[in-house]
Write a protein that binds this ligand. Sequence first.
Ligand code: DOR
Length: 439
Amino acid sequence: MTVLLIRNARIARPDGSNFDGDLLARDGRIERIGAGIDAHADETIDARGQLLLPGVIDPQVHFREPGKEYKEDLGTGSRAAVKGGVTSFLEMPNTDPPTVSQAALDDKLVRAAGKCVANYGFFIGATTDNLEELNRAQPVCGIKIFMGASTGSLLVDRPEDLERIFADGTRLIAVHAEDEARIRERRARFQDRTDPAAHSEIRDNLCALKATELALRLSKKYHRRLHILHLSTKEEVELLRRDKPAWVTAEAIPNHLFLNVDDYAGQGTLVQMNPPIRTKEDNAALWAGLRDGTIDFIATDHAPHTLEEKRRPYPQSPAGMPGVETSLPLMLTAMAEGRCTLEEIQKWMCWGPAAAYGIPNKGKILEGWDADLTLVDMQTRRAVRNEELFTKVKWSPFAGRELTGWPIYTIVGGRVAYDRGRIREDVRGKALRFVIGDR
Ligand code: DOR
């Protein structure tokens, strides 16, 4: 039995209001919230001056295990997660081997149980011939389809293969929406360009829009639960604002909210990712899409590659950036600047992803709900420093940025997993359950 008492915190309510009070967690659940709670506890935290939030759910990360553990593994990825206030993550199937079968999924679950300090769930990856596994594998948060090729070998780009997957089954389908044919044609056309900014021209806005249009068409035809990963363009926001059935959700990632093509000048291939960073106008459209509900929530697409790999000349450089431990401070800084509210932070980063993937009992600070929490310091401004990061690759495209809202403690299942710069190594996360994702 573990009892944790957090005293004198500014506690966030789901509606964005807050109050000064105490929270008692017993055996992984929030037992009581109130003022002046007096109970025996195994551990008491004095949280005066700190903001208590529900633990963040990051619904898109790449933790590279098995196969590319030199970049990240489930242990280091989960430690970076809790440092960033993330208590649950959904991990992508483009590992090596890819997660395309029950056996590969079971392997990840066993590895995660042994080393993750945050709660974990996994996608199963679509190939052109694993339809039965896609619909049967358990437990999964959804099916991931790479409609355009990115890191790893997964790709389903022929419309007839996509149609078969959408037609058969009811599970959530999450798409990396970029049109492979257009990428190939433009890559050939731009083959003389070796400047990293070419990446955003090759994989242009129309690449993303075309694939999102196709996924939306198939989702409507078969009434199939669809999630569009890392929406990046103004055109996609406009499309979904006009035409977004109730069974479709979409996400944005901090890279597409806080970076744009101007960053190639200073950071070059470090900011190369798929789908690419776009213009300031796209940044603004994504913020507007979040605010009006066209975009449902935020993920990070944490996609670590070593600095050595990233510094290769374009186009030999790999696409992707780490992000799991900077997303909450970035968003809380935006909140401090008046760009969003405490209610939106919780909707976009806590209960929104939980609702979309059917993760019960997480994402709100309520009695009876899971005690996954993060206590953040909203007073201090601190720069992102590469050497302080927990991700194995030890770099961030946000290095040097001054941010407000760094986690001080992160609590997973009622136990402190991250404690002022250190990991409590005896804590383990649990496999997440998906109530609607597995219909
Ligand atoms: O830039 C990216 N990197 N986009 C993806 O879709 C995959 C990711 C990775 O795994 O490196």
